[in-house]
Ligand binder design. Structure first.
Ligand code: LFR
Length: 514
């Protein structure tokens, strides 16, 4: 019953990390073993992810995690879990055969690049597919919001399927890492739901949608549930990294599933959260999908979570708007420090400009500051457009906060639950104190910020439960997270009107306070 050391591989759109998680006496200590940058690369005319570079960084991170465990007197890694952003996939050919004719696990060759979800190949594709399977039917079958980048639409735009060698498999990104680690081909269920091709009850792939995009059933690997063991690290790889044949455990491999598992909520009532990173995922944890036409029209999605939960949420462009604006300013020669920029944004006057951060126009990378400036509507007669980086960031954060209010209100109405008394913000974006305060003010409820590394904590917690470190469900996992993190509370500033009651009805465009 001594301390347990596991490795969490957590890949984000702008950075990845391998964390050592030490679980001991009802607490998790996260020790960063290796952090690395990640970014989009252009290849063959597409925006892609550099999988080979990520895999090299992951291998280095695992070796370093093991070293960190040994330094602490622990016997090494007890298991590994992998999560990343959703919807993207690799195509892998069949395993090679050895001299005796036996398949060599993990030797299948990647068939082309891993094309990123922000690539323009899906432009217009969802509309075309809707002519074959109407949007209402797609939603009723899967419960997934029809975002242009869903795997389903990527597959409808995929030109490589016909040329794949027999025995090829589509593996979601974390499943691909799991395959490289173990040689086993499986599709983890939480991430499978983001494809837009999994039946809403999670029972299996939806045959009508699979056929509509020309995907042969043999291309899809069998499902695996979070908490199940995928396999063990291939002997040669385990020896190379000095980690041995460690079990690899399927976690909530969709980063948002792991992050929401680690929301430090307590007490009765539905859990309301924002998983705040590149995206802001705002919504509720519910027990069953909300498949009504109203939910579809509101743009809400029903993603599968750990332990049979469902996340009724909305994708809102989050820190991406800020990080891409900064990238533009830096390309133009400016030197930008995020902390200074946020301090300046807190100091400039508010309530001057608004725009709709849910608009698909902000999906693609490039010239983000210009695009947001062009979309910003003045709320007063004297000001025409944000004219400094601080003003633009203020406009982004205020627009986000008001969108959070409207989207959470819509989710509660559609799920038939009362307004929550607090909203949890987890992930890297939870460190943005100005945004947290604006959010508390817009909603008129307490905002509880942290933990920042919720995704890695959810990943580690599920591994340790699978290894038998504790028993129990979400309540136990959340108690473990609370015992392991420092949280900060933001209370709404006193103001005359009651913002929750005064909020717009779902479906209204985001608009400024009048
Ligand atoms: C967040 C996230 C979102 C998903 C988006 C694209 O990192 O996983 O949940 O909608 O990335 O995959």
């Amino acid at each position: 019953d001594g301390p347990l050391a596991v490795a969490a591989i957590d890949l984000g759109a702008t950075s990845g990390r391998v964390m050592l998680g030490v679980v001991d006496h009802g607490r998790i200590e996260l020790v960063p073993a290796h952090r690395f940058e990640n970014h989009l690369v252009e290849r063959d005319g597409h925006l892609c992810w550099d999988l080979d570079a990520l895999w090299a960084q992951i291998r280095r991170g695992l070796a370093e995690a093991r070293d960190l465990a040994l330094v602490r007197g622990l016997p090494g890694l007890a298991s590994i879990g992998v999560d990343s952003w959703a919807v993207d996939y690799a195509l892998v050919g069949p395993d090679a055969l050895d001299a005796g004719g036996a398949a060599v696990p993990g030797s299948g060759e990647r068939q082309g690049e891993v094309i990123a979800y922000r690539d323009s190949r899906t432009d217009g594709v969802a509309g075309e597919l809707a002519r074959r399977v109407p949007r209402a039917e797609q939603f009723a079958r899967t419960g997934i919001a029809q975002q242009p980048f869903n795997t389903l639409y990527q597959l409808a735009a995929e030109h490589r399927l016909a040329a794949l060698p027999a025995g090829s498999t589509l593996l979601m990104l974390p499943d691909m890492i799991g395959y490289l680690l173990t040689g086993r081909r499986r599709t983890e269920r939480t991430n499978a739901s983001t494809t837009g091709m999994l039946a809403a009850d999670g029972s299996g792939w939806d045959p009508a949608l699979r056929e509509a995009v020309g995907v042969d059933p043999a291309l899809l690997a069998p499902l695996i549930a979070p908490g199940e063991q995928l396999g063990t690290v291939r002997p040669a790889l385990g020896a190379e990294l000095g980690i041995g044949e460690v079990p690899v455990i399927a976690v909530g491999s969709h980063d948002t599933a792991s992050a929401v598992l680690a929301v430090p909520a307590e007490g009765p009532g539905p859990v309301a959260y924002i998983s705040s990173g590149t995206w802001s995922l705002i919504g509720l944890e519910v027990e069953a999908p909300v498949l009504t036409e109203e939910a579809r029209e509101a743009g809400l999605t029903n993603e599968h979570g750990v332990d049979g939960t469902v996340r009724l949420l909305k994708n809102v462009a989050g820190m991406w708007l800020v990080s891409e604006s900064i990238r533009q300013w830096e390309e133009e020669g400016a030197q930008v420090d995020l902390a200074e920029l946020l301090a300046a944004a807190a100091a400039v006057p508010g309530d001057r400009f608004r725009f709709d951060p849910t608009a698909p126009a902000f999906l693609a990378p490039g010239t983000m500051a210009d695009r947001v400036t062009a979309a910003a509507r003045p709320l007063t007669e004297e000001h025409h457009a944000p004219s400094t980086p601080a003003e633009l960031v203020r406009c982004i954060l205020e627009s986000l906060a008001e969108t959070y209010r409207d989207e959470l209100r819509a989710a509660c109405a559609l799920a038939g639950v009362p307004q929550p008394t607090r909203l949890h913000v987890v992930g890297g974006g939870s460190r943005n104190a100005l945004l947290n305060q604006l959010t508390a003010d817009a909603l008129g409820i307490d905002v509880v910020a942290g933990p920042m590394e919720a995704t890695a904590l959810g990943n580690v917690a599920l591994q340790s439960r699978a290894l038998g470190a504790f028993t129990g469900g979400r309540a136990e996992i959340r108690a473990l997270v609370r015992a392991s993190s420092e949280l900060e509370k933001f209370r709404p500033s006193p103001r005359q009107d009651a913002p929750w009651e005064g909020a717009r009805t779902p479906g209204d465009a985001v608009a400024g306070r009048s």
